[in-house]
Design a protein around this ligand. Structure first.
Ligand code: DAH
Length: 341
């Protein structure tokens, strides 16, 4: 009998189930009512008296070992259920992936588009590599204008000859007017390029949103009212605007628009350089020459245009003091806009 028990003991020691079913079969085989251990106890009465102590201890050891085997593997097999081949998703990342956030330039651009789309403006886009006609000539830039200089503009060679990286989104105005009949009411967002040394206050590329409205009897009062609506929607109901006379080749008259400083409530601070106002865009009535260049009858139609820098507005809204932050892709900067849209 001793030999039988020792054989069973090594069987128990060597048993390593890999499924719950194998473990259950083992439990029934050894520990159940009709199992091997119960049978040994039943046979115990036939063991000669002088061996009873040893054999009794051996059967008890066998029972304990079998029981702890069952207990151990029960725990192991149930905790490893999740990792069995069918249930584990091997495509999941080991660490949860970080959810990104929208870029502040996209947030502000979308907000500008939303504000103007509520008063009927559509969105249109044009190419970033532009020809001289659309970027300069059609917009009334004289041949010697400094913007046409290599110092200010990036020129590139292409199959179509010399092209420029557009210096402003006003080029899209020309394309729209060439291809659509008035009334036109559209917004053109996009990236623009200038040959500038990169610093906190200047960059060689940035973003603008251009607005264009062409119809019959459009007046400067319409321009002013439209921009006032925009300023209040963008910077708050209390915002005031100021239009200062200015010059652009493609508008006549031209103006620059300031908004009251929302940082200090116009009391004066370092953001508005103690003037109480901040310049945010250029605007004006589309020059009749430009209308004619684009095939629109300037006797019948008038219109206004405006153009603003998206970085500039984002800067005022989020108090960003360095333009370079927008293009460096530093997540410590970008993470701050998680809740901004
Ligand atoms: N294109 C001008 C710039 O880049 C901005 C601008 C001024 C656009 C006046 C306009 C406008 O449409 O009417 O500085």
């Amino acid at each position: 009998m001793k030999e039988t028990i020792e054989k069973l003991l090594s069987e128990v020691a060597a048993f390593t189930p890999s499924t719950k079913e194998e473990l259950e079969a083992f439990r029934i085989d050894f520990l159940a009512n009709k199992g091997k251990i119960k049978a040994l106890f039943a046979d115990f009465k036939n063991v000669p008296n002088e061996q009873k102590k040893d054999v009794g201890q051996l059967i008890n050891t066998l029972k304990e070992k079998a029981q702890s085997k069952v207990d151990d593997f029960k725990a192991k097999l149930s905790s490893s259920v999740e990792t069995s081949e069918e249930s584990i998703d091997l495509t999941r990342t080991a660490t949860p992936s970080k959810i990104g956030s929208r870029h502040p330039i996209s947030i502000v651009r979308n907000e500008i588009i939303n504000i103007f789309s509520r008063i009927g403006f559509t969105v249109s886009e044009g190419p970033e590599v532009e020809d001289d006609w659309h970027n300069f000539t059609a917009l009334n830039f004289p041949p010697e204008h400094p913007a046409r200089d290599m110092q200010d503009t990036f020129f590139v060679e292409s199959e179509e000859g010399e092209m420029a990286l557009r210096t402003h989104t006003s080029s899209v105005q020309v394309r729209i007017m060439e291809n659509q009949k008035p009334p036109i009411r559209t917004l053109s967002p996009g990236r623009v390029y200038r040959n500038e040394a990169i610093s906190a206050r200047a960059h060689c590329f940035f973003h603008q949103v251009e607005g264009l409205y062409i119809a019959e009897n459009v007046s400067f009062a319409d321009l002013k009212q439209t921009l006032m609506y925009f300023a209040k929607e963008m910077f708050g109901e209390k915002t005031q605007i100021r239009l200062r006379p200015s010059y652009f080749p493609f508008t006549e008259p031209s103006a620059e628009m300031d908004v009251s400083c929302s940082v200090c409530d116009s009391k004066g601070c370092n953001v508005c350089k103690y003037t109480g106002f901040l310049e945010i865009m250029g605007c004006g009535m589309v020059d009749p020459n430009v209308l004619e260049n684009c095939g629109i009858d300037s006797k019948k139609y008038t219109g206004f245009a405006f153009g603003m820098g998206v970085e500039r507005i984002a800067m005022l809204k989020y108090k960003v003091n360095d333009l370079r932050l927008y293009s460096e892709g530093d997540v410590r900067f970008l993470d701050q806009f998680k809740s901004a849209f």
